[in-house]
Design a protein around this ligand. Structure first.
Ligand SMILES: NC(=O)c1ccc[n+]([C@@H]2O[C@H](COP(=O)([O-])OP(=O)(O)OC[C@H]3O[C@@H](n4cnc5c(N)ncnc54)[C@H](O)[C@@H]3O)[C@@H](O)[C@H]2O)c1
Ligand SMILES: [Zn+2]
Ligand SMILES: [Zn+2]
Length: 344
């Protein structure tokens, strides 16, 4: 089978490796044929050698859809021929967070595509507990969008009840867009999204997030005033991963509010502790997702309550993996998600 291996930053090679065989499956394992892989910001950091926790060589790929080729003897709910996706998290099951059900923050977490081999190859083996069945009506590219959507599902669960709240999502990349859509499905009163890229704000409006602020053209404060009038916002999601974005949320959120941190910061930001203390703010981390987030994301994409189609900018063939990275590099914030078509 083919495998795309990143030997060192910038050097990705497609090579032939032995097929994974169904006769070697352990009882709880599932053999899958990879169909689509989404490329995300973290993959790009790894490609350029800018990811703090990824050793080389590495096989990338953690957002994907697949078809089941074979199942192990103890597999109960997964059948050959099903459309599926799976969580890329390898957890220990024995540490404090795992024992209290917070396995997404496992002390010994290994994410496939980063600290463990990912799915950039024809066939892959996963354990049944991490597999999520995709509705037959879903396309393979929608299936590969379940992973980023699950980040939206989880982060909006990390916040306390969003019903009736005014919510601001700072950053309208794939993640911010999906967070904002989830905030709407969870009953927020008004959801605002901000960015410095008009293209990305236009994509947000295409996904029915009507309230947008381009903070390169209008100040955050003016934009919030224009949309909310005299009302404040009670929940902020930081999904840009930059200092300015964190600052405006912390400074402007209503006293007693919550800021959920999704961003991964290239430069460690400072946080204004005056506001944190005096305004009695809650700052909450959000790490990937749990299984129920994956299931919810798959369901809401299938029922079109979460829209993912217009976030997909372009497809590349498996053999064009390097071209996909070049394209992403050249296009910057004028694109969103790029898909690798592994099999047809
Ligand atoms: N916590 C998690 O589980 C998790 C999972 C996936 C990604 N992430 C992180 O979430 C962040 C968003 O991911 P993404 O894939 O959408 O990244 P992205 O880079 O595509 O999107 C970030 C967006 O922020 C915008 N931006 C830049 N400066 C801004 C500012 N001052 N105010 C508002 N917007 C600004 C950019 O124009 C861009 O559109 C990244 O830091 C990523 O590493 C976290
Ligand atoms: Zn990703
Ligand atoms: Zn653990």
């Amino acid at each position: 089978m083919r495998q795309a291996i990143l030997l060192k930053p910038g050097k990705l090679e497609i090579r032939q490796v032995p097929d994974l065989l169904s006769e070697n499956l352990k009882p709880e394992e599932v053999l899958i044929r990879i169909m689509r892989i989404g490329v995300c910001g973290s993959d790009i950091h790894v490609y350029h050698g800018q990811h703090p926790a990824t050793p080389y060589p590495v096989v990338q790929g953690h957002e994907y859809s697949a078809i089941v080729e074979a199942v192990g003897s103890h597999v109960k709910n997964i059948k050959t021929g099903m459309k599926v996706t799976a969580r890329p998290q390898l957890v220990c099951g024995a540490c404090g967070p795992c024992l209290r059900g917070q396995y997404n923050a496992c002390q010994n977490l290994k994410v496939q595509g980063f600290q463990a081999p990912g799915v950039a190859q024809d066939l892959f083996v996963v354990t049944e507990d991490r597999v999520v069945i995709l509705d037959n009506s879903m396309s393979f590219e929608q299936g590969a969008m379940v992973e980023p959507a699950a980040v939206g599902a989880h982060s909006t669960r990390r916040a306390s009840n969003l019903k009736g709240k005014n919510v601001i999502v700072s950053g309208a990349g794939t993640i911010g867009n999906l967070v904002a859509q989830f905030a709407k499905t969870r009953g927020a009163k008004t959801v605002i999204i901000t960015d410095v890229s008009e293209f990305r704000l236009e994509k947000a409006r295409e996904c029915n997030i009507e309230n947008t602020i381009n903070v390169s053209k209008e100040s955050f404060e003016d934009g919030v005033g224009r949309i909310l009038g005299s009302e404040g916002f009670q929940t902020g999601f930081e999904a840009a991963g930059v200092q300015d974005s964190l600052d405006v949320l912390i400074k402007n959120i209503e006293k007693g509010g919550e800021v959920i941190i999704l961003g991964v910061y290239a430069l460690n930001p400072t946080i204004n502790m005056f506001y944190l203390g005096e305004h009695e703010l809650n700052v909450i981390g959000s790490m990937m997702y749990k299984h129920e987030d994956y299931e919810e994301a798959a369901n809401l994409i299938a029922t079109r309550k979460i829209l993912s189609q217009s976030l997909i900018s372009r497809h590349f063939k498996f053999e064009e993996y390097n071209d996909a990275y070049k394209y992403i590099n050249n296009k910057g914030d004028r694109i969103m998600k790029v898909m690798i078509d592994v099999n047809d």
